[in-house]
Design a protein around this ligand. Sequence first.
Ligand code: FAD
Ligand code: SIN
Length: 540
Amino acid sequence: MKHAADFLVLGSGIAGLYFALRASEHGSVVVLTKKQRAESNTNYAQGGISAAIGPDDSPQSHLEDTLRAGAGLCHRDAVELMVNRAPQVIEELERIGVEFTRRDSTLDLGREGGHSRNRIVHARDATGRAIERALLDAIAQRPSVRIVENALAVELMTEHHLRRSASEQPTCFGVYALTDAGRIEQFFARATLLATGGCGQVYAHTTNPPIATGDGIAMAYRAGAAIANMEFIQFHPTALYEPDRTGPAFLISEAVRGAGAVLRNTTGERFMLRYDERAELAPRDIVARAIDHELKTRGDRYVWLDLRHLDESSVRERFPTIVAACADRGIRLPHDMIPVVPAAHYCCGGVLTDLDARTTIRRLYACGEVACTGVHGANRLASNSLLEGVVFAQQAIEAILADPPPPIGSEFEKIPPWDDSGTQNADEWVLVSHDREELQAVMWDYVGIVRSTLRLQRALRRIELLRDEIEDFYRRTKLTAELIELRNLTTVAWLIARSAMHRKESRGLHTMSDYPDTDDRHWRCDTVIIADRIECRPVR
Ligand code: FAD
Ligand code: SIN
């Protein structure tokens, strides 16, 4: 079955929905989303969205904090664009209907690690849910937007599918997607936006929900797009420690440390003061590494987050979601300490874009966590990602309107339907679940917070073996969502491990025990992978 629209959006988190809302004023929009419409990383965002709006704050200070966290790899022009736009973004989100927390009619500004000012605008501790709901409500009023749930994008349609050899810069005509009907359908568009979010599920322990399987990065890579900086995976320092839990780890927002909570090891020592003078409010890479070090040297499984000195009514008022989740587990806040561990949280790399969210594939744009816009460098500053999603969605729509892509042409007739002849229903599903767990364990053990050449070599050997086996199975089997995601996870795991192996230094989120120093002379560059080429490109 074939469908067509002016704009095709893959993903219904903040980036995809904001773009869809804006695009709906200019043409027909189809949004494909692989589960229910609200299911996204956005929906679980807690802390908030950063913007320099306090009386003591300025975009310049937000810029400096972002550049400092990014450890020399942020693209200054991208950061300038984002921090200057941030106050307007907050106003616009409020106009759309997001109810941010206010105190005496002014926005309440929280604090998070790496920020030198209070600048985190929030809806208590469920900011993402408030944003997701407001965007979905606004879109429901737009008849030109059609959201298709349970539609999993499988492959971008490019020249390759016209049986023409792709030029240096391929063109995207839309996607093949597995729909509710159990078949693969074609969705054509003049412009396609990748807003498929991150890839936390590649690790055994993550704060990300099950949708975060890196599909957009894997699809774009297979279509020939440039992928950048995949070695920079952010581990959030404080996920709730629950050894028997199988799903995503519950996050204890950094805003809790921003409100004064401190970290203690199992002897009760406030250890962060030994690692950084900013203590619990040092950037995330520093706090996560410090916790990892405490756990490894002491043989402990968790550290404590201590809120006992904080005012009970303030904690309950500011963090109702966290208080309730802890209560469900028998932890009474603020009286009990919370056991916490780091967990994979955010992908700073992704599909390489320019300042207008253009990828290296014509008519394909990317924004949100799937993209590498240059904003985060080697480490994302807390609460900069919801902001980035909106700013670069704005950039994408403005760029498309300024230079509109041609109408859908002969590709609509010529690109053939998905060909699954010769494939069979699989009877070996145990392979899929086993391979996913094996991949997640390899990534956690060998490509985690602290890496080494030996561990990365081991990881790459195992990932490549899994990749070859999965590819073979994929070719012979009728596709299911689980198999498509497993293939994408393996591709993303390979991109992360390969990029990590390439960078022979320690910087930001990438710590190599055998290359402990930062080496600006050789490595102040983005790691860019296109097909089987890997190179180091100077930052803009
Ligand atoms: P997402 O919100 O993840 O949306 C991706 C969408 O794509 C989903 O709808 C998904 O179903 C869909 N999708 C994926 N693959 C496919 C496919 N193949 N086909 C069709 N659809 C697909 N950042 C902040 O700035 N502040 C915070 O306070 C904050 N807190 C966080 C708390 C948690 C627990 C987590 C996990 C993240 C947090 N982050 C926070 C990070 C932030 O939430 C994300 O980076 C951001 O929401 C990403 O938005 P997005 O639109 O790019 O992707
Ligand atoms: C948090 O609330 O700690 C998450 C903030 C973020 O990921 O930016």
